[in-house]
Design a protein around this ligand. Sequence first.
Ligand code: CAA
Length: 284
Amino acid sequence: MTKIKTVGIIGAGQMGGGIAHVAATSGYDVLLYDVSEDRIEKGLATINGNLARQVASGKLDDKVRKDALAHISPAHSMADLAGADLVIEAATENEEVKRKIFQELCPQLNPEAILATNTSSISITRLAAQTDRAERFIGIHFMNPVPVMKLVELVRGIATEDATFEAAKEFVHRLDKTVTLSEDFPAFIVNRILLPMINEAIYTLYEGVGSVEAIDTAMKLGANHPMGPLQLADFIGLDTCLSIMQVLHDGLSDSKYRPCPLLVKYVEAGWLGRKAGRGFYDYR
Ligand code: CAA
């Protein structure tokens, strides 16, 4: 079984940065890649801020914070990921983008390295078939915010070997997270259930049943959710929410997964949620 010591991460955004954060605090060497130095710098600054936040609230020792920062190195090109035992792709939720990354990445990797994707909805079997290592390919799906959320979904493709699954499971356990195994169906378990609820909340707004505030308050106080569904949609990113609904709609061919037209309109307007400064709420 591949002994994982060095983890390469593709994408220094919300998810990639969070994965780098937890991998580094668990003692892994992390190579963080993104398409520009600027994005890597921004990702590192966010990790720095989140680690400091954990120290301030007594959740993390300051020495662990310092060690974690020393464990993360920027990867300036995909060739810099050659030494990784595990590479996790955490780029945009877009199959074409992921396909291009795998095409460029695979020739650079150690032949024994495991390749994982943090996709929240796309078929692992189909993504695996676009790499040179379907047997060493797996879905490792983290939840946002990664340093806080305890769950990681593992998703095997049809060709994923047992040794790959075991290595991924050991990796996730060392991050002190709980694993659930999901079969390779559109959006797996969490998003198969969560996204239709969010989409329904958007329909509830679209049909004028309630205001943004009423819908979120109803679900926070009426169903004990930590965030209302519209606030959560902003937090996840409305483009990501739309992609997941489209994967469900296309993959399961059921009209109950039809993305709400209001969600489509917001994405077309560039109102992508918190990261864009505007979504159902205004963050500017
Ligand atoms: N890094 C480190 N710590 C963080 C953090 C981050 N990025 N974000 C929040 N925290 C910490 C805070 O510092 C705080 O710590 P203390 O309790 O020690 O002070 C704690 O988490 C709680 O945060 P806040 O007090 O700021 O606010 P909160 O109580 O509202 O919690 C939340 C924030 C954890 C995000 C909570 O609102 C929540 O659980 N929301 C729902 C999240 C959720 O559903 N995630 C799944 C999204 S779906 C997904 O990820 C799958 C997908 O593929 C789309």
